[in-house]
Design a protein around this ligand. Structure first.
Ligand code: ADP
Ligand code: MG
Length: 599
């Protein structure tokens, strides 16, 4: 072994750069963060060749004192913290004093800055090659700072080899800018690539401005397919937009979570969100969200990872539950709303301001108490027959009273191909997928029933004998008690056959065999280690699918109206258990547009 030597500054910085500066996008992230920390409200980003040839970021922030300019480029030099206690409550994005030094060690870097508002008397330092102690020269510059990074990794070929195509690197930069832009809507950001302006985020602090920014990141249609939520509890504040389950994606690529304005990735948070959507999202789909958590900086350790993508919460259990509950409740409240209550909706206004949000949906403040069960009586279901149920409901409805405000989903006018219900509403036409809608209603009702009094089961007059696999029979035996709680009574009669004695009262007897087969195969899949109750909702979902109105079943107008009223009263009725939409609306304005009327 050789004797030990201290590394020269440049090499030490290059090693540190390995952690912070992985690719052009990481440079952009660090530089924008510096601009934001300096209080800028305008940041201009110019790139060439995906940032590999040039990254130039100019801001109008506080600037750097001329005597500090060289220091800014040296490692462990920062203006943001001074002693160890400051680490306990970091309120800036940066604090490690590492970024500029690291970037300078693997590129040709030029820093120009001016602290004076009235003059253009700036100063400039440049670092390149071996020279790590730059001299400072005067250079005209308005108040603010420009950092120019050329030829990234010119002296570290190993790193350069890992760069992807210009296009890919540029896309990663776009992603970084998008992420930052969402949490800083008061800052105008312009992005150019190879001399062409690619993106311009306009600044503004009002709710509408933030919403416009949300729309420019997620697409113009997002706000009308999202719910805004806001909640506060014990010093934790959460607000932001969550996509409706029907707006889910196959990739988890539109999920943005911020802690005190800092974009982070966190397994625990990811879990809380997934759990909140668990009930309403088809397996393998990913929700879309931009959520902002704010809390006392002392409750979160940001000094966990060099790129500051991760944080550690003091109280992570509490935060998990808070995030879960807030989202879960907001999703539960997604149901059709009367036109008036939706507030933001107006046919004309919507057309001219596509960013107006939550058409037809509203999220009520979450301070109210526990969510009340739907207005229709769950007992009615125990009578068994769906049709009878809807007929009893209908008798009380005032269908002809036009003075009353129309219910949000309107009144049925026809059934289409035995699949869809067409209903006339105040605003236009609503189309309902009756199987999907009924499945959701049954499911929600069963959940409520299970929570309050357990699911009623009904003995079969003639028990049903089923031949199954050995494994399924074993599972039937093993979970007999839990299945009983779901209204299913089974008895094993031999190695490969069981007897079905009772089924949930609200099911058709004819569905019993398929139901039992499905439930048992679900159980085989979940394995014996997990408890049934953990998969309760999946099982209920299977049961309610069987208990729902099948396609091609003719309903009368009063039956259809009863189903519409049920939907209005049911939580999460905007989508079926698999996250497909249960209904959609075509407003008169939409239809007019379709027929080019009034142009
Ligand atoms: P950190 O951000 O962790 O402090 P950096 O290496 O990113 O470390 O920056 C070092 C110092 O240079 C910062 O603390 C700040 O004082 C100064 N600085 C860097 N960029 C800017 C900027 N755009 N505007 C004003 N000051 C800046
Ligand atoms: Mg920094």
């Amino acid at each position: 072994m050789n004797r030990i030597k201290t590394l020269n500054t440049r090499l030490a910085n290059q090693i540190a750069a390995g952690e912070v500066v992985e690719r052009p996008a990481s440079v952009v992230k660090e530089l924008i963060e510096n601009s934001l920390d300096a209080g800028s409200d305008r940041v201009v980003i110019d790139l060439e060749a995906g940032g590999t040839r040039l990254i130039r970021i100019r801001d109008n922030g506080a600037g750097i004192h001329p005597e500090d300019m060289a220091l800014a480029l040296s490692p462990h030099a920062t203006s943001k913290i001074a002693e160890v206690d400051d680490l306990q409550a970091v309120s800036t994005l940066g604090f490690r004093g590492e970024a500029l030094a690291s970037i300078a060690s693997v590129s040709r870097l030029m820093l120009t800055s001016n602290r004076e508002s009235n003059t253009e008397s700036g100063w400039q330092v440049a670092v390149a090659g071996e020279n790590m102690s730059p001299g400072i020269v005067p250079a005209p510059h308005p108040r603010g700072t420009t950092v120019e990074v050329k030829d990234l990794f010119f002296n570290t070929p190993a790193r350069r080899k890992f760069l992807r195509t210009e296009r890919t690197e540029f896309q990663r930069i776009e992603e970084v800018v998008r992420r930052v832009s969402l949490s800083h809507s008061r800052v105008a950001i312009a992005l150019s690539h190879n001399g062409r302006q690619v993106k311009q985020y306009v600044a503004g602090e009002s709710g509408e401005d933030t919403q416009r920014r949300i729309a420019s990141v997620f697409g113009q249609d997002f706000p009308s397919n999202a719910v805004y939520l806001e909640d506060e509890n014990h010093g934790l504040k959460l607000n932001g937009w969550i996509g409706l389950p029907t707006w889910s994606r196959s990739q988890a690529d539109q999920q943005f979570f911020y802690v005190n304005g800092r974009p982070i990735r966190d397994k625990m948070i990811g879990h809380a969100v997934r759990q909140a959507y668990h009930d309403v999202l088809y397996h393998g789909r990913n929700p879309v969200f931009a959520l902002f958590l704010n809390l006392n900086p002392e409750m979160v350790d940001v000094n966990v990872h060099p790129t500051k993508h991760e944080v550690r919460f003091r109280n992570s259990r509490e935060i998990h539950d808070f995030v879960f509950r807030t989202i879960h409740r907001a999703l539960a409240e997604v149901r059709p709303e009367p036109a008036e209550a939706a507030g933001v909706y107006e046919a004309e206004a919507t057309r001219s301001h596509p960013v107006q949000s939550n058409i037809g949906f509203s999220h009520r403040p979450s301070s109210h108490g526990p969510i009340k069960p739907g207005s229709s009586n769950p007992d009615a279901f125990h009578a068994g027959e769906q049709l009878a149920h809807y007929q009893t409901l209908v008798s009380g409805a005032q269908l002809d009273n036009k003075d009353e405000t129309r219910p949000p989903l309107g009144y049925a006018i026809a059934q289409l191909h035995g699949i869809y219900i067409l209903a006339e509403t105040e605003r236009g036409l609503v189309i309902v997928d009756m199987h999907a809608a009924h499945e959701r209603i049954t499911y929600e009702r069963m959940k409520q029933a299970l929570d309050s009094e357990g699911i009623k089961s009904q003995p079969l007059l003639v028990p049903l004998s089923l031949s199954l696999s050995e494994r399924e029979c074993a599972v039937a035996e093993e979970f007999a008690e839990s299945l009983l709680a779901l209204g299913i009574e089974l008895q094993r009669v031999s190695g490969e056959s069981i007897m079905v004695r009772s089924v949930p009262a609200l099911l058709h007897k004819s569905e019993a065999e398929q139901l039992v087969r499905d439930v048992l195969s679900d159980l085989v899949e979940f394995g014996s280690t997990d408890s049934v109750m953990q998969h309760r909702d999946e099982l209920l979902s299977t049961i309610s699918c069987h208990g729902s109105i099948r396609a091609n079943r003719r309903l009368t107008i009063p039956e259809m109206n009863a189903l519409l009223r049920d939907m209005e009263a049911t939580e999460r009725s905007g989508q079926c258990n698999h996250g497909r939409p249960t209904w959609t609306e075509q407003t008169i304005a939409d239809l007019d547009e379709l027929f080019l009327r009034g142009r």
